[in-house]
Design a protein around this ligand. Structure first.
Ligand code: ATP
Ligand code: BTN
Length: 317
């Protein structure tokens, strides 16, 4: 399927005959594959008698050869379609793949967010990125790690024309109150000894419309007005991640605490912290040296951590 797509991705017209000859298949087989591309990947293909077939817009696909040369030494797997790059990364860990390594996909059919929520992942528009690290330094190497990933994503976005991006505890990346990127860490093994962590990152890159996102969102394209080559963004994200992860490993999260707070969009805001069915109202004081949220609740500072917590702004904020 990728081969037909590779022929069409320039956005020019190609005749059925030329496509068939290039792929070594009949014109009717080309027609079937085109229908499959439209139905499966949601691509729009123009068909004009006498001229042939043309993608509604040119596509820049992820290119594993370019990426292998630019990612910071991490082996890269690029998939056309996958359930979830995090799920694929976890399977690869189970099969004994040596970390660090990177899994990318053009689309996810079961992209996942926190707490089983769905991450909308249309074909060739965004980044679906899972980096696997081996952690053998115990809990200290995990402390605040998801917040550190947020800082790396934020820097990459700023360098790609989204200066107004900021963070929301624990690991959302927003522009104003619109979500532009999400982060999901998944862990296997013994966190107190040796384990693997999958740093799952979804960045809305060229997406201009989306079905099924039930909150406000934006993309690099909508913010910057420019189309981004995702291969270059992968390189930039790799550069930022590797620098921030190294700093975190050497100096611990406390070295990044102030930088994280300086980029927290909801610092000093009145919020509700949702923990299961209970809501705790307070004012955001910041985070502690391990990345836990500090809230002022009824005049007293309280500290909250854990993967099941969500923040919402209160109406009077
Ligand atoms: P919180 O972490 O505070 O609960 P959240 O409401 O953003 O934040 P998450 O679990 O972090 O929830 O993210 C999943 C949510 O993200 C889904 O409920 C969906 O509304 C939204 N979402 C899904 N796909 C996208 C996307 N591509 N871009 C932006 N938002 C998305
Ligand atoms: C969130 O905000 O809830 C986290 C969203 C994380 C989405 C990314 S896309 C790449 C990786 N694979 C997944 O299935 N999820 C993460």
């Amino acid at each position: 399927m990728q081969t037909l797509l590779n022929l069409l991705k320039d956005g020019r017209f190609h005749s059925g005959q030329d496509l068939g000859a290039a792929l070594g298949i009949s014109r009717s087989a080309v027609w079937k594959q085109l229908q499959h591309l439209e139905a499966e990947l949601g691509l729009s293909i123009h068909k004009v008698r006498g001229r042939g077939y043309q993608l509604a817009a040119p596509l820049t696909l992820l290119d594993s050869r370019t990426l292998s040369a630019i990612a910071p030494g991490w082996p890269v797997t690029v998939l056309d379609s996958v359930d979830s790059t995090n799920a694929e990364a976890l399977r690869a860990i189970g099969q004994g793949n040596l970390a660090p390594f990177l899994v990318l996909a053009e689309r996810q059919v079961s992209g996942r967010g926190r707490r089983g929520r769905k991450w909308v992942s249309p074909f060739a528009e965004n980044l679906y990125y899972s980096l696997v690290l081996r952690i053998d330094g115990g809990m200290r190497q995990l402390e605040g790690l998801s917040l550190v990933v947020g800082l790396a994503v934020l820097q990459a976005l700023r360098n790609f024309g989204v200066p107004g991006a900021g963070l929301k505890w624990p690991n959302d990346v927003l522009v104003g109150n619109k979500k532009i990127a999400g982060i999901l860490l998944e862990l296997v093994g013994d966190p107190a000894d040796v384990c693997h962590v999958v740093l799952g990152i979804g960045v809305n890159v060229n997406m201009q419309q989306a079905d099924g996102v039930d909150q406000q969102w934006t993309s690099i394209r909508l913010e910057s007005g420019r189309c981004t080559d995702r291969n270059i963004l992968v390189a930039e994200l790799g550069k930022q991640l590797s620098a921030y992860i190294q700093r975190h490993q050497v100096d611990g999260f406390s070295a990044l605490q102030a930088e994280w707070e300086a980029n927290h969009l909801w610092q000093d805001r009145s919020v509700s912290l949702i923990a299961g069915s209970s809501h705790i109202n307070g004012v955001v004081l910041g985070i502690d040296s391990q990345g836990a949220l500090r809230l002022k609740v009824d005049g007293v500072e309280k500290v909250f951590s854990g993967g099941e917590l969500s923040l919402r702004l209160r109406d009077d904020s």
